[in-house]
Design a protein around this ligand. Structure first.
Ligand SMILES: [Ca+2]
Ligand SMILES: [Ca+2]
Ligand SMILES: [Ca+2]
Length: 263
């Protein structure tokens, strides 16, 4: 076999780079720092594992290749694995809601206490959790059966640096080439709760007062959004979307209502 000259190797490498650039589409969203306070006044749990900034969404990147759609969510502090999850992060749980076309759901999986506005229905949600895929899908089937077929979980979700990422096959999202640039998105930052309430989908509660493993600044009932950060867009202001009203009995009088954002 003839040995390839360095010049030809370089030419081949740049050709491959061009080919992959042509077949991959990427969309990115930025979110402000310092708004990891839900509707505006939520406080972190007191345990040291909930490091400042670790629930502060700063960026979502969605990349579509020939076969997969990859989701990368960046937060404002370095990821750690204090609970030994083995995947480079532990305390976060991220929901990437996707509007792929007309129709879809306004309600969300139990434990978030948010809904989507009419015209902003979600079709698929990609869940980035440090829990094993089997646990997440089992929880989806038992606690959110009516959404289970639209809850998509990467085979492996991992954290590195400040980025939590996972890829799913395009077929699971019914993604045709270029779709990621046409879809709309919303991200909900939650916390991975390995011992969730009986009805909650691995989510951590927000109460009136923060505790060792409970967020503060909300309501002890389920009328407050159990959400730390979402993507801010031109027509989607976080403080407006997460505004809510509770009755004296802790029941919802006005539920926090999210909107999608466009690339
Ligand atoms: Ca943020
Ligand atoms: Ca609550
Ligand atoms: Ca935000």
């Amino acid at each position: 076999m003839k040995r390839q000259t360095p010049v030809r190797a370089v030419a081949l490498a740049s050709l491959l780079a061009l080919a992959s650039a042509a077949s991959a589409q990427t969309v990115t969203f930025s979110d402000p720092r310092g708004d990891d306070k839900g509707p505006g006044n939520y406080t972190y749990p007191t345990d040291g594992v909930y490091k400042a900034g670790s629930f502060d969404l700063t960026k979502l990147t969605v990349t579509q290749s020939n076969t997969d759609v990859n989701f990368q969510v960046e937060v404002a502090s370095n990821l750690e694995d204090p609970w030994g999850m083995g995947v480079g992060f532990a305390v976060q749980m991220i929901f990437v809601f996707i509007d792929t076309g007309p129709g879809g759901h306004t309600e969300t999986p139990p434990g978030l206490n948010v809904k989507f506005a009419p015209g902003n229905e979600w079709d698929k949600v990609v869940v980035l959790s440090p829990q094993k895929k089997a646990r997440v899908t089992a929880e989806a089937e038992s606690k959110a059966p009516k959404f289970a077929k639209d809850i998509v979980v990467p085979n492996l979700t991992r954290g590195r640096g400040r980025v939590i990422s996972g890829a799913v096959p395009s077929t699971e999202l019914r993604a045709a080439q270029g779709d990621v640039e046409k879809w709309r998105y919303q991200v909900v930052v939650q916390s991975n709760e390995g011992f969730p309430a009986a009805t909650d989908f691995l989510t951590r509660k927000v109460n009136e007062y923060e505790g060792q493993h409970r967020w503060g600044g909300g309501n002890d009932g389920d009328c407050d959004p159990h959400v730390l950060d979402v993507i801010d867009g031109p027509d989607a202001k976080q403080a407006e979307m997460l505004a809510y009203k509770c009755g004296a009995d802790g029941k919802s009088e006005q539920m926090a209502t999210l909107k999608m954002v466009k690339p």
